[in-house]
Design a protein around this ligand. Structure first.
Ligand code: M6R
Length: 369
């Protein structure tokens, strides 16, 4: 069942090309238009949505953060993302024009379920992005968009995360299509790029040795920081969470722009800092800003380990190690940049002799509040 891998986590990391591919499968008609019939929510109703609130916990919430950047950009519908357990207790503003998008691998996370129930009581429409057929959250939601990652056994979420992000992109593009927000050609170009992602993930997997070697060399690190901007920010948070969960190392993910507002005080000689570098072809001056962030931490003695787009040689001179990932559209980058961070955490934890499938104190599905 582990397909020859030592652990489920390794297997699931390696399942990711298929998880993304299967989540994309069958969701367009012959003319390339997105069809999400399974949503069970009326197209007219979806057209009237004035606000989206994404609710989730843990890794699923980071998928939700990525969703926010993409859905807002493509649909111009305001999107909030909130941890499900915080949402319910803050008297949120919801009505029948609010679409609640829950994200959950298991479909049984109690915090998320309770938040969805609460939103329903307040009159919101609810849509579940979920990996488990027939589980409670999709059963109790008005609509469902299943991720097809297959069963995820390891406690740390990997392939479900990439599948959740993929599903969120499909939802965003579908809403843009419904509302006439984007040209069909534009949507098709993004879909074509999404279909190229599985092959690109495979390239990263085929070159995993460099990451594993670094992980082994860093097994004794007491603390590791992760920086990112834009969609690289949730990727940084996810990289940090994987390292905490699996290797019990103190790790934090920051928005790189926040550095000088406090976290830079943590930097001292030898501090490892992972930096998720946006594409140099991206919008605005994001790439340049992140390169300056790298220089800032380096000037204070940090070891910068960068995840950058293939061909982006500008970061090499400032990095102790660079992991190159294939190029794609800036918004789709999390589907690639996350993979080295997962491999890193898994390899480092294995090096320390920890049980990567069943880390201490954690349950696969948190069914209590
Ligand atoms: O089943 P869910 O997606 O609702 O689970 C949410 C979180 O509990 C889960 O992602 C958790 O953070 C993982 N252990 C992360 O690896």
């Amino acid at each position: 069942e582990k397909d020859g891998y030592d652990t489920f986590m390794e297997k699931e990391i390696n399942d990711q090309p298929k998880a993304v591919e299967d989540t994309l499968l069958g969701r367009t008609d012959a003319s390339g238009r997105l069809i999400l019939d399974e949503l069970r929510i009326d197209a007219e109703e979806l057209k009237g949505i004035a606000k989206i609130i994404v609710l989730a916990c843990g890794t699923a919430a980071y998928a939700g953060m990525v969703a926010k950047y993409a859905i807002e950009h493509w649909t111009r519908i305001p999107v909030e993302v909130e941890l499900a357990h915080e949402f319910r207790y803050r008297d949120p503003i919801i009505d029948e024009n609010t679409l609640i998008v829950s994200v959950s691998q298991s479909g049984e996370t109690m915090d998320t379920l309770m938040a969805v129930r609460y939103a329903k009581e307040q009159g919101a429409r609810t849509l579940a992005i979920c990996n488990t057929n027939g589980s409670t959250i999709p059963r109790e939601s008005d609509a469902v968009l299943y991720t097809h990652a297959g069963p995820e056994i390891a406690v740390a979420s990997t392939k479900a995360f990439l599948a959740q992000i993929t599903a969120a992109y499909l939802l965003g593009l579908y809403l843009a299509q419904l509302r006439g927000q984007m040209f069909t050609g534009e949507i098709q170009d993004i879909l074509a790029d999404l279909h190229k992602i599985p092959g690109k993930i495979q390239q990263i997997l085929d070159n995993a040795d460099q990451i594993k070697d670094l992980a082994r060399a860093m097994a004794d690190s007491p603390s590791v920081l992760f920086l990112g901007r834009h969609v690289g920010y949730p990727v940084a948070m996810e990289g940090a969470l994987k390292l905490k969960e699996l290797a019990y190392i103190h790790a934090e993910g920051f928005a790189a722009g926040e550095l000088k507002h406090g976290p830079i005080a943590l930097i001292e000689d030898g501090q490892p800092v992972f930096v998720v570098v946006p594409s140099p072809r991206g919008r605005d001056s994001l790439h340049g800003k992140v390169v300056s962030n790298i220089q800032e931490v380096r000037a204070r003695g940090a070891n910068a380990i960068t995840v950058a787009e293939e061909g982006d040689d500008s970061v090499t001179e400032f990095s102790s190690t660079v992991f190159f990932v294939p190029e794609t559209q800036p918004l789709l980058m999390p589907l690639l940049a996350t993979v080295p961070l997962q491999i890193f955490a898994c390899a480092l934890a294995s090096e320390k002799g920890y049980d990567v499938d069943q880390p201490r104190n954690l349950a696969k599905s948190v069914t209590v509040e």
